[in-house]
Every structure is written in C-alpha cells, then in structure tokens.
Design a protein around this ligand. Structure first.
Ligand SMILES: [Zn+2]
Length: 429
C-alpha cells in the first residue's frame, strides 16, 4: 500500500520544481497556424479536440464529419457532447478535466447544460495578455520549450520568451524511402552518392539557417543500417528506380542517414529519434489520419550499432510502443551516447508511463533519463500532459522510497535531474 502521507509530500514537492519541455508544437508568436500549433488556445475546440481526444471521440462512434473545421466551433462542441460521456474513463480525459479544473476553475464535466460557460472561459483567457506565461511558468513551471522550426515566427513577438527550435524537416523524410527522396529531390536531382550527399547537406544548410539546436529523424521499425560504400550507391543509382530492391532502398537510407548523423555530429546537435509508430492515412479517425504502434525485434540492435558508429552524436530515443521499453533502456545503459526520453503517443498512458519510469530508474544512470516532453499544440495541453506525468512520477517515486531503494530527499534530486538538469545539459540551454 502506498503511504498517503509520503505520496502527498512528494507530490507537493514535484509541483514546485522547474521543467524543460524538450518537444512540443507551440507556436512562438501571435500568428496562429493551428495545423502547426499555436501558443494558447484560441477557443474551446483547440483544447477539446486535441488529436487524441478526437481519436477517442470518433472511436466511440462520433462521425468524423461532425468534427470538420468547416463547421463553426460552437457547433462542433455541441456535436461532441453526446460522445464525451463515453471517454470519461480515459487518461486523456483525465488530463482534459485537469486542464478545465486547474486553469479555469471548472470542476464539473462539460455537458449540454454548461458548455457555454466552458466556451466563454477559454475565450476570456485567450484575451489575457499573459495567459501563456501564466500557464507555462506559474502553473506548469515550464521554464523553456523546444518546438519545430516550422513554428518560428519572424515577427518575434512572443508571449513567452524562453524557447529554441528543432529541425522538423527530416522526420517525414526517413519515414519512408519515397518520402525521403521526394523531399531531397526538391532541392537537388539525386543520381549518385555525391549528389545524395549534397542533397542532405543542402537540406541542412537551409534548415540550420534558423536558430535550430537539434535534429529529428524518424526511422521505421524494420530499419537496418548498412555500412555502405560510395561505389555501391552509384551502382544502385544506375538501376531504374522502379527496380530498386528492398536492400537497395535500405542501403540508400543508410547512406542518407549517415550524412544526417555526420551533420549532427559536426554541429554538436542532439538527435531526436522517435520509433515504434506508423502513421496510416487509410482511414482518418482524426483530421490528420491515424497512427498505430509498431515493433520489430531487431531495432534495438540497429540503434546500438548506429550509436557505436556515431559516438559523437547524442541519440534521444522516444518510443511509442511499450514493446521496446526494455530494449531501449538496455541500449541506453550500454551506449553512453543514447538517452531515453519521455513517453510518446501510444505510451502516454499511466500504466505504460509507470512501467517505463520504474524500469528506467532501476536500469539507467540518472543522467540518462529525460522525464518529460509534452508534444502539445497549445499551452493548456502542456499543462494537462505534464500533470499526468507528474502524478505517475510521484507514485513511482513513493513506491521506490517505501521499498527502500533510495531516500525521499534523493527522490526529489532525481526529479530535478530528469525534468530539468538533464535536458538543460544535453541542449546547453
Ligand atoms: Zn510532435
């Protein structure tokens, strides 16, 4: 049985501690482009229809057409009301409830009787000049965030001053072979090892003009890394593209990835490497399609080989599948330049967070764990997601203290490390 007193003390301590959000989609200016995130919710739909809430609503039976952005926001909220009751059990809904109760003082569930009050409150907060800062700094204690460079606002008129950029460009690139080459080819015609190398270099030259401090590269779960020579690449390019074999494609990807990692190494940029999810556009359960978790038994080995091949690069591994939880922790234990970071997409549920946190604390040195990133598209969800993670963190630490693994004071030191000091050090913030 968890000691309620100890849990309360640890929870209270965690509430006061500073946090860095290493990956989110907050837009740093006042020009709102909802597809790429914004800084604060412009109306209730930005909170209520976060893409995983959308997925749950549609899964529960809501026709996706009723969520269309062509419908005015008030109508969309009314459309969702009959389905919200089906998702009150989920932890995504727990975060939603936490947002409404802690940020707006709305303790009741949203219903047909009270939705207009919710709607009005969010509109009012949007008009407040310092709302974003109030939520991030005062409520969440988030001191700094990292957002894709696509969210850069040249007007530089942010309501929240402390942020840096990650390159957003390469993640669809390695997502699949065709994407990578169509992406790079828009910059240069690729027909040899040298031109492929140049295309990657050009891509980075363009990307890194903006104040970028890290790189994201998304590798497929069945990825296999080949040490491949230039002449092998030239030989592949002599073939017709339609006759490239699976191994040819893997070699081309390996060669391109090698260049990407070389660039990262030269710039001393940490590399975010999300794995364990695949976006499927076949049947749109949200406005942006849907994703599934995926797994392969060889990916741990491939990542460890990459880490040994590029010892200067710091790899930050994000997993969307619980099936790679142990593998990644072990790779991070064996490779000094591999870190584990947060709980991505299909792992962001208390059961999985608890397991991942507990395992990582038992397996890894404390400076190898990054305990949080929000992936949020508005500050209200930065708060909602952080609240969920803090709740689980308090529970896991309380159990470990009770079981005698470490003291209560040391538990608090761990929180400081995994929520703030580790990201601060790795990102030189
Ligand atoms: Zn993201």
């Amino acid at each position: 049985m968890v000691s309620k007193e100890l849990l309360k003390r640890i929870t209270r301590k965690i509430e006061t501690m500073p946090v860095i959000d290493l990956h989110c989609h907050l837009n740093c200016g006042r020009v709102f482009k909802p597809k790429h995130g914004q800084l604060k919710a412009s109306n209730l739909t930005d909170i209520l229809f976060y893409h995983f809430v959308q997925a749950e609503l549609v899964s529960s039976g809501m026709p996706i057409e009723k969520l269309s952005e062509k419908i005015n926001p008030e109508e969309r909220v009314k459309n969702a009301l009959p389905y919200l009751k089906h998702i009150r059990n989920t932890s995504t809904y727990w975060s939603l409830r936490k947002i409404f109760s802690d940020l707006y003082g709305l303790k009741e569930d949203i219903t047909g009787k009270n939705w207009e009050i919710f709607y009005e409150k969010v509109l009012q907060s949007n008009q407040k000049k310092n709302w974003a800062e109030e939520v991030l700094l005062d409520k969440a204690k988030i001191k700094h965030f990292v957002t894709p460079v696509i969210n850069r606002n040249p007007k530089k008129n942010p309501e929240f001053a402390s942020f840096t950029y990650e390159s957003a460009g390469i993640y669809p690139a390695l997502f699949d072979f065709e994407d990578l080459f169509s992406h790079l080819q828009s910059l240069l015609k690729i027909k040899s090892a040298d031109s492929l190398k140049e295309a990657v270099n050009n891509f980075f030259k363009n990307m890194l003009k903006e104040e970028v401090s890290s790189i994201t590269t998304w590798i497929p779960c069945d990825f296999k890394f080949f040490e491949v020579k230039k002449n092998e690449i030239d030989t592949i390019f002599k073939k017709k593209k339609s006759s490239f074999s699976k191994i040819d494609k893997a070699k081309l990807l390996s060669f391109a990835l090698g260049q990407i990692l070389k660039c990262a190494s030269e710039k001393k940029f940490p590399v975010f490497m999300p794995i364990g999810a695949k976006v499927v556009n076949a049947y749109p359960i949200t406005q942006t399609g849907y994703s599934i978790s995926e797994f392969s038994s060889s990916i741990g080995k491939e990542i460890s080989l990459l880490a040994c091949r590029y010892p200067q690069v710091e790899f930050l591994m994000l997993s969307a599948t619980i099936n790679l939880c142990q593998e990644l922790a072990i790779v991070a234990k064996m490779c000094p330049n591999v870190y584990v970071m947060g709980y991505w997409w299909h792992c962001l549920y208390p059961t999985y967070i608890e397991r991942m946190l507990s395992e990582r604390l038992e397996i890894l040195p404390a400076n190898k764990i990054i305990g949080f990133f929000s992936d949020a598209y508005c500050v209200e969800w930065s708060y909602g997601k952080l609240s969920l993670i803090k709740k689980v963190l308090a529970k896991v630490l309380t159990e470990k203290v009770q079981e005698g693994y470490f003291s209560e004071d040391f538990a608090i030191e761990l929180v400081q490390k995994i929520l703030y000091e580790n990201p601060e050090r790795i990102f030189r913030i």
